[in-house]
Design a protein around this ligand. Structure first.
Ligand code: TGC
Ligand code: FAD
Length: 388
């Protein structure tokens, strides 16, 4: 009798029935509708974003942890498990969902006016409108406080000028949540992408997260009515609060990518004969598999602990940093080690491992690099900020 790595940790026993059902449903959707095509999308560097958004909306995962306005109102842990199952297929697909639900929708849900919520959230939950979130700029990634995008008052209106970089969903978005400097500090703006002066050129040539749309946002005299500003977000804490939400999903998502790599390596090692017997029967291979099983299980338990804290409203940003740093770092290490087990076959698109490993390079960098999360944790345990 054998057990999968996560069965060995008894991870399922920590989930309630509803969460298990949601995870199963998303897993089945991934197997049936995403997995058969994802390697092709990755190779082509193109996804059918609109069609996918609609399907994911029908599945109920867009903004699923938000309440009202057509959102499912699921628990944070259930949302995490959905991210896990999506990222088991591809980090780019989880990214689409993270940016839509945790960044663009969350920003409007948490900081928007009633009119902004009514206008955008039901359509975004249904996948009929796609959102993006523009915080990073060409010269300001880890340090968004330095952003140069500026919003100035002209009469009652706002006029935005600047450039955002590396923006997921940018070129396919109907609405962009854009963060800009104003005379009263950083503010957020809800920008319909049809507004004159707004464009979102696609970034090409990525070797990672190819099954995801990544774009530049160019704002040249984008004129918006006064009501386009998010009334409840003032200062950098607004966008950083949105990042907590998306980072939380990544804590779970990384477990999904690593699980897929490890299961692929276990299956491959069981069927690959080396020196006349299965690769899985060699001690060196088993040492690798055992060590990866441990790290995967520990990452899943950490994710579930953070889920428990979030569901009881106790989760602090530095705790999200613990999960993002550990789980993405371990996932990429697992992906690389699993690749060795597959030998040359591991470098092909026939198996998902190299795709996951490449994707995880982006995941390691976005939503706060490993170094940023080390510094957040360092600040927490020493009381000294070492960012600058
Ligand atoms: P700092 O002085 O620490 O804080 C400024 C204000 O923000 C508050 N704050 C937070 N609030 C909520 N959540 C957090 N995590 C927060 N961290 C800080 C803080 O209390 C303060 O509030 P107030 O009221 O006193 O003004 O800010 P800092 O400039 O020193 O920066 C700290 C640092 C480096 C940790 C922060 O800038 C940071 O996290 N940098 C990384 C940037 C980042 O992660 N960008 C991600 C862009 S989005 C993206 O990558 C999407 S990827 C696609 C996908 O998800 O799939
Ligand atoms: P930099 O900030 O220039 O960092 C370069 C290196 O310096 C890193 O190793 C970093 O850790 C290190 N470093 C930084 N500060 C310190 C320090 N104090 N001490 C020591 N080392 C330090 N952004 C959005 O706003 N919206 C999106 O939708 C979005 N999607 C993305 C999708 C993809 C595929 C990618 C790759 C990125 C995306 N990003 C998005 C941008 C992402 O958040 C940034 O890339 C990230 O925050 C890092 O910024 P940077 O690339 O400018 O690197």
């Amino acid at each position: 009798m054998t057990a999968t790595p996560l069965e060995l940790f008894g991870v399922e026993t920590l989930l309630d029935d509803e969460t298990k059902d949601i995870a199963q449903t998303v897993r089945r959707f991934g197997q049936d509708h995403l997995r058969p095509q994802v390697a092709e999308w990755f190779e082509a560097g193109q996804i059918p974003a609109r069609e996918l958004a609609k399907q994911l909306g029908d599945l109920g995962v867009l903004g699923m942890h938000l309440s009202g306005y057509g959102c499912t109102g699921a628990t944070a842990t259930a949302y995490g498990m959905a991210c896990l199952e999506l990222e088991a297929v591809d980090s780019g697909l989880r990214s689409l969902v993270s940016v839509q639900g945790s960044l663009a929708m969350f920003a409007i849900w948490r900081f928007g006016s009633e009119e902004q919520k009514q206008e955008w959230l039901p359509r975004m939950a249904a996948g009929e409108a796609i959102g993006c979130f523009g915080l990073t700029e060409p010269d300001f990634g880890s340090d968004p406080a330095g952003m140069r995008t500026r919003a100035r008052r002209v009469g009652q209106d706002w006029v935005l000028d600047g450039t955002k970089m590396w923006i997921t969903n940018g070129s396919v978005a109907d609405v962009a949540v854009v963060w800009a400097q104003t005379d009263e500090g950083v503010r957020g703006f809800v920008v319909p992408t049809t507004t004159p002066g707004f464009s979102a050129p696609l970034i090409k040539g990525k070797l990672s997260l190819r099954a995801s749309v990544t774009s530049e946002l160019v704002l040249e005299g984008v004129r918006l009515p006064a009501e386009a500003m998010l009334p409840e977000a003032q200062g950098l804490s607004g966008p950083l609060a949105c990042l907590n939400e998306a980072r939380f999903g990544i804590v779970f998502g990384a477990v999904g990518a690593a699980r897929d790599c490890l299961q692929t390596a276990i299956d491959y090692a069981g069927s690959r004969a080396i020196f006349g017997r299965p690769l899985a029967g060699f001690q060196l291979t088993q040492a690798k598999l055992a060590d990866m099983t441990l790290e995967l299980g520990k990452a899943a338990l950490l994710a579930l602990q953070l889920g428990r804290l979030k569901d009881t409203h106790q989760l602090r940003p530095a705790q999200v940093s613990l999960g993002k740093l550990n789980n993405v770092r371990e996932a990429i290490s697992i992906a690389r080690e699993c690749r060795t087990i597959l030998g040359a076959a591991g470098i092909t698109g026939e198996y998902p491992i190299m795709r996951h490993a490449n994707n995880l390079e982006s995941v390691l960098t976005y939503e706060g690099t490993s170094e940023v999360h080390q510094l957040v944790i360092g600040r927490e345990v020493t009381g000294l900020a070492a960012f600058r």
